[in-house]
Design a protein around this ligand. Structure first.
Ligand SMILES: Cc1ncc(COP(=O)(O)O)c(C=O)c1O
Length: 361
């Protein structure tokens, strides 16, 4: 049996804990868990099974293909397609799998209205309250309701809007979006949904009939300057590799492609079997930490496709075979994301199919 080079260990009990945190914040709301992009890189099927066992109300995925793999794996929980369907064939398949189709644009409305009325169709309407990415103008909500009532086989599941700046407590935009959406909805029937993770955490008025957390379920924080643990969440993922070489490099010698790092003294340098082809961002600079035996060791030189090099001066005992954590307990993913100039979302989703996944119940 080959030893996996890079392992992502996913703790499903952490994901269930984080769902309980969502329920504690929004006890009156139903929870639609965002598990698109393969469960934010955690594995959509195992994550879905864990959340379904814990009583989640529905899942949100981006597209039909993602929903099909969940249904193929035996997931019977409600699933919404956040970007809706792209064609007639997709619409028919979605209906056959009892998927819930978000309608965000007039062309989708017309496409769905042109289908034969022989099958019930569950739909959500997406309204644009100010983000200006997807959704109908708020002013069209009344006519959308009329359009859905004209299709007796449609079941209107609710109304969705999405917040652009919920992670920014100083932005006036979130309150404006929430107020505009609520004002539009005041006279229309049907459940409402506003909050992603940041909306749920920071904006109590966004905790309405349905909440749609993604990132926080995986134990990471959408709020700048705060980790998931700061918010009472438990990070679900640890990504680790191992040292495959340890060298003593002389003062003045350089390390790695481009010779960007010069050893200031004769020093031990470790080579870790993980690189950008596994999902460690090449942009990570010299100084970004990894964790070896609970001690931070800085990356030195360039991240290459299959390897990184690390400064072992603080780890005189480190040896070939020792595990190296890229993020996980002791090294928050949010911190690594800051070093990479990005967000935890992108680190999670950037793991590649070379990474071996292991699940803890
Ligand atoms: C429409 C919609 N709702 C909910 C979410 C979940 O967001 P988050 O992961 O920030 O909680 C997303 C994610 O991008 C989304 O696009």
């Amino acid at each position: 049996m080959p030893i996996p080079r890079v392992t992502a260990t996913v703790d499903l009990s952490a994901i269930r804990h984080n769902l309980r945190c969502v329920r504690a914040l929004a006890p009156q709301s139903k929870v639609m868990a965002a598990i698109k992009a393969d469960g934010y890189g955690h594995g959509a099927v195992p994550v879905a099974r864990a959340l379904a066992d814990a009583g989640v109300d529905a899942f949100a995925v981006a597209c039909l293909e993602e929903a099909v793999s969940l249904r193929d794996a035996g997931i019977t929980t409600r699933i919404a397609l956040l970007e809706g369907v792209l064609s007639r064939d997709e619409a028919v398949e979605a209906a056959g799998l009892s998927l819930e189709i978000v309608i965000h644009d007039r062309w989708q409305l017309e496409l769905l209205a042109s289908l034969p009325a022989d099958q019930p169709l569950s739909v959500w309407f997406k309204l644009d309250s100010g983000m200006h990415r997807l959704g109908f103008p708020l002013a069209e909500a009344g006519s959308l309701l009329a359009a859905s009532l004209a299709q007796p086989h449609w079941r209107l599941q609710g109304w969705i809007t999405h917040l652009a700046c919920a992670d920014d407590l100083d932005s006036p935009m979130t309150a404006a979006q929430i107020n505009a959406f609520k004002a539009t909805m005041a006279y229309l029937p049907g459940p409402r949904s506003i909050a992603n993770s940041a909306g749920l955490i920071a904006w109590p008025q966004a905790r309405v009939d349905w909440v749609r957390p993604g990132l926080m379920l995986y134990g990471a924080s959408p709020m700048p300057g705060q980790t998931g643990a700061d918010l009472g969440l438990v990070p679900a993922m640890q990504v680790a590799s191992r040292l495959i070489a340890v060298h003593e490099i002389k003062a003045g010698e350089t390390v790695g492609y481009g010779a960007t790092y010069t050893c200031p003294e004769t020093m031990r340098v470790g080579v870790v079997a993980v690189g950008y082809a596994d999902g460690v961002h090449r942009i990570l600079p010299t100084g970004a930490p990894v964790l070896i035996h609970d001690t931070r060791a800085p990356i030195i030189g360039r991240v290459s496709m299959d390897m990184i090099t690390v400064d072992l001066r603080r780890l005189p005992q480190a040896a070939v075979g020792d595990p190296v954590t890229l993020w996980g307990p002791g090294l928050p993913v949010e911190e690594v994301a800051t070093w990479a100039g990005t967000l935890a979302y992108e680190l999670f989703c950037g793991l590649t199919n070379r990474v071996h996944y292991r699940y803890r119940a």
